[in-house]
Ligand binder design. Structure first.
Ligand code: SF4
Length: 766
């Protein structure tokens, strides 16, 4: 009886709590609406109102903001790198033919926004060399099939031709060796980019732990989950756990022996394969330096051995550097959750009445500080004085995708939009890691080009060194430069095509588990079940960059073809932004999906293309795939899943390390090699066929959307057949013994273990 009573009481308490939380939530909605109305009114009026707004915004940001920076006397280093005059003594070269008019630019545009803005640039500034003009005039041209160039030593460069003895390199290197060396160096460069990025986040966290950076980390649940993966005792205090995480991770980069601990997160079968074929990575830096050394003349002269080393180095990226960067960013700034935001250029994205600052900055702390500084009273006053209503931050490219994922900030476009966004005539500053040609475009407008790190300077740009100990002050210096440019803006030259579109982004692995399984049973069993029953044919990740001047919008055509064939699409990097611009990142796009996929998507209210973040977030894909294997029903290893990876366009070397990491993790990767390869029979045989025998992954080449989709659907069907889920299975009636076996096998996701769930509960209520 008393038990019954206490259950009843508990039930009542629970229901009251639930009602209370609901009321709190609706109160928050009303408060937010009121706040945005107030913002509109206040920005037009007087000082008191401005201060009132500041107070309200400060309160809103209290939980997120940098702690007050006390030492105001600190100087933020600002340096303008002047463009050096051309040397008087010029090298005699045959100049490319002049382009007389815009009509002569033959490169087409995959979308009308870019078309309109480049058309403007080419018509108004016929003497200006945009990237598109350079792409037509500067490229050396195709390397003949079977030819590779080697520059490894000073006896060369050598042009080496496949299968022609007299056209080996001076040292005797054949085409397969030269290709393997060139390829390995690109992979090492890609891994080093992700490693350096990850290190900067480790440093930030380290400085926060020491109290040197005035910032509080946000995601306690993620901290615990990551600590668990590192084998840290979770009984310790949060501070101790954080200290230990930073300590352990810092050592991973320089570890010389043993195994990369995060690689142990992979399925057991895969770990055994890595051990057997000796590609289990050690420390991240160790793999990078060794790979570069091995490609020197006189060291590793066997192409297969070099390619194996590339696979090992790439694993140190996906399961090491990229995973560290992703996890630590989540701990620091919060794990992304689905959020609505606009992408592409539009009047709500680039604001005519505000100081527009385009953020293309990889360092998450810079973006975070800029967000806070844009609400600072001093900056708001300056903006108001200059005649603007405030400062509007807009993301761009992969880095923009990170801000979008966490904050719902608009993203003006992909990597290929760097020049076009300036051509709107309404951008006061573009901040971050940019292509050098941007300076020339910016000089025709009033835009300041700003870099924030002394390792990425550029002639004609201003470097505002981001001082991590004074993030807010550094960010304010950047915004002051932007605000000072507002008065130089020529309002008659503003041209903002209004083509922005809404997206839903923020599908981290955790978010996906909540979307698929609900709050109290977050997991991927629904995903697996629907793959097994055939409603979802399989999964394709569309990753990679955006090429300037590409004619076919390959990613978009491909995604449409795939979802109509019931393939669920994951996406990262600039590809995700392109898919967003095509309207595929909203739940309404499920109408374009095949019947089975649509049924699942409509039940859970999910878009058919899931934006999982920047290219560093490819590690989220590895986490999801491992979780799918652990959930059960689809084999014991990643290579058994009906999943495929594709990179229709790539620009940066990081793409090559991504490709090799997925291959060695057991997945087929389809990509457009561009001018990289090569009709090299030996290396192609290795990458297309042999490597599959070791790890289950392989490489395929494709150029058009049709070629990509053909390969992808065939591969997914092949995997379904191997799993025996290509046909409807007869219904099985379970007896008790069979049910007990099922119970024994039940998998509990780590998201539910060791008190993580309780932490999440606390976080949500607070
Ligand atoms: S390493 Fe061999 S192939 Fe390469 S540049 Fe030197 S001599 Fe030529």
């Amino acid at each position: 009886m008393s038990n019954k009573n206490s259950t009843k009481e508990l039930r009542e308490i629970f229901l009251s709590l639930k009602t209370g939380i609901k009321a709190l939530k609706s109160g928050m909605v009303v408060l937010e609406k009121g706040l945005s109305k107030l913002e509109k009114d206040i920005l037009n009026i007087n000082k008191e109102a401005l201060e009132k707004l500041h107070k309200m915004i400060s309160k809103e940001f209290e939980a997120l903001k940098f702690v007050e920076e006390k030492e105001e006397s600190v100087e933020i280093k600002i340096e303008k790198i002047e463009i050096e005059p051309e040397m008087e003594e010029k090298t005699e070269v045959s100049k490319p033919a002049e382009i007389e008019s815009a009509e002569e630019i033959k490169i087409g545009f995959y979308n009308k926004t870019l078309g309109k803005l480049y058309d403007r640039l080419h018509r108004e500034f016929s003497d200006l060399y945009t990237v598109l003009k350079r792409a037509e005039k500067t490229k050396i041209g195709e390397v003949d099939k079977g030819e590779v160039i080697c520059r490894v030593c000073n006896m060369g460069p050598c042009k080496v031709v496949e299968g022609v003895e007299e056209l080996k390199g001076i040292c005797g290197a054949d085409a397969s060796l030269v290709f393997a060396r060139n390829f390995a160096r690109l992979v090492a460069a890609g891994v080093s980019a992700q490693a350096d990025y990850a290190k900067s986040i480790v440093e930030t966290l380290n400085d926060i732990v020491k109290g040197e950076i005035p910032f509080k980390f946000r995601d306690k649940r993620k901290l615990k989950m990551f600590a668990y993966a590192l084998g840290i005792n979770l009984e310790k205090s949060e501070e101790e756990i954080l200290n230990e995480v930073v300590d352990k991770i810092s050592k991973i980069f320089f570890q010389q022996k043993g195994e990369l601990i995060l690689a142990h997160r992979a399925p057991k079968t895969l770990i055994e394969k890595w051990r057997k074929y000796e590609v289990m990575p050690r420390g991240i830096d160790r793999e990078i330096t060794e790979l570069i050394y091995r490609t020197s003349l006189g060291v590793d002269q066997y192409y297969k051995n070099i390619l194996f080393a590339s696979l090992r180095c790439a694993l140190a990226d996906g399961w090491g550097a990229s995973m560290i960067a992703t996890e630590l960013q989540d701990i620091l700034l919060g794990t992304p959750q689905p959020v609505r935001a606009q992408v592409n250029i539009g009047k709500e994205v680039i604001r005519e009445d505000m100081v527009n600052v385009v953020v293309c900055e990889e360092d998450p702390l810079v973006a975070e500080a800029l967000i806070q500084a844009s609400k600072d009273l001093e900056i708001l006053k300056l903006a108001k004085k200059a005649g603007a209503k405030g400062v509007n931050l807009v993301g761009l490219g992969c880095a923009g995708n990170e801000i979008l994922m966490r904050k719902g900030f608009p993203v003006a476009g992909s990597f290929a939009y760097q020049e076009a966004v300036i051509a709107t005539g309404a951008v006061e500053a573009i901040v971050g890691r940019l292509i050098p040609n941007v300076v020339q475009i910016a000089n025709r407008f009033h835009t300041a080009v700003i870099t924030t790190n002394p390792i990425s300077l550029m002639e004609g740009a201003i470097c505002v060194e981001f001082n991590r100990k004074y993030p807010l002050k550094s960010a304010k210096e950047i915004l002051k430069i932007a605000v000072s440019r507002y008065s130089k803006r020529d309002s008659t030259r503003i041209y903002i095509p209004d083509e922005a579109i809404e997206t839903v982004s923020g599908f981290s692995a955790e978010a996906l588990m909540y979307v698929m399984g609900g709050r109290f049973r977050a997991g991927l069993s629904i995903l697996n079940e629907n793959i097994i029953n055939g409603k979802i044919l399989g999964i394709a990740l569309i990753s990679g960059c955006d090429q300037f001047g590409a004619n076919e919008n390959v990613q978009v055509e491909l995604a449409k073809e795939l979802i109509s064939n019931n393939v669920l699409v994951f996406s990262t990097g600039c590809s995700a932004i392109k898919l967003g611009m095509a309207g595929l990142l909203v739940p309404e796009a499920s109408q374009l999906a095949g019947e089975g996929l649509r049924e699942v998507l409509e039940a859970i209210g999910c878009p058919p293309v899931l934006n999982m973040g920047s290219c560093v977030s490819n590690s989220r894909v590895l986490t999801v795939l491992t979780e799918m294997v652990n959930t059960g029903g689809l084999g014991k290893d990643i290579c058994e899943l009906p999943v495929i990876i594709c990179l229709p366009q790539w620009v940066n070397e990081k793409a090559l390390s991504t490709i090799m990491c997925f291959v060695s993790s057991g997945l087929q990767v389809v990509f457009d090699p561009g001018n990289l390869i090569v009709e090299n029979k030996k290396t192609n045989k290795f990458l297309f066929e042999e490597v599959e025998k070791y790890f289950g992954g392989s490489i395929r080449f494709a150029k058009t959307a049709n070629e990509f989709s053909g390969i992808i659907i065939d591969r997914i069907k092949q995997k379904r057949k191997e799993l025996g889920i290509d046909q409807l299975r007869p219904r099985i009636f379970y007896d008790m013994a069979m049910r007990r076996t099922l119970d024994e096998k039940r998998y509990i996701s780590s998201i539910h273990k060791s008190g993580f769930f309780e932490i999440l509960e606390n976080r949500s209520i607070n």
